[in-house]
Design a protein around this ligand. Structure first.
Ligand code: SF4
Length: 173
């Protein structure tokens, strides 16, 4: 289907869901969003909290703050955290892997994390493919990736100034 109005799309999506999962069961998780840094090169304005590098109010979460937030989540019956942050120019893949290992060594919690643009950013900084980057993050403890931020630009219709929080289709490899 090339195009349809929103209600038709919603109707078709629901029909597809019912076809794939006919049982009338809807599941959910109790989780907490943890923003490990608000420093971001993108400045896409989708969030209200980002700070440009060097701007007052920028932070990278400490290990103590991270552990406290996860423990609070577990104490309230949570089973998952959503780790998301800005595109910080000084954080490398080792930082993300250490953060994941730190969590997995201490807590039995599902780590849902890093939007596609964050992963694409890490991959470019590390001169790795997206799939190698994901593999390394998985080995360090990443359990799943959210779809949020997955605004892929088709290469045939790239806007004149694509936001750097969108990934061009040929960049997701
Ligand atoms: S890329 Fe993410 S952290 Fe950066 S400004 Fe956009 S929504 Fe905020």
């Amino acid at each position: 289907m090339a195009e349809a109005d929103l209600l038709t799309l919603g109707h078709l999506a629901n029909a597809r869901r019912r076809h794939l999962h006919p049982e009338p069961v809807v599941t959910y998780v109790i989780d907490r969003n943890i923003n490990y840094t608000n420093i971001c090169l993108s400045g896409c304005r989708f969030c209200a909290f980002f700070k440009a590098p060097g701007q007052d109010g920028g932070y990278v979460i400490t290990r103590e703050e991270l552990a406290e937030k996860i423990q609070e989540t577990l104490d309230l019956g949570g089973t998952q955290i959503l780790l998301q942050g800005g595109m910080h120019p000084d954080l490398d893949l080792a930082f993300y892997k250490d953060m994941l290992q730190f969590i997995k060594n201490r807590f039995g919690i599902h780590i849902h994390g890093f939007s596609p643009p964050e992963i694409h950013f890490m991959a470019e900084k590390s001169n790795l493919s997206v799939s190698d980057t994901i593999q390394r993050l998985k080995q360090a403890g990443l359990d799943s990736i959210p779809g949020g931020g997955a605004r892929f630009c088709a290469t045939t219709s790239v806007p004149k100034f694509p936001p750097i929080n969108a990934v061009q289709m040929n960049g997701w490899r």
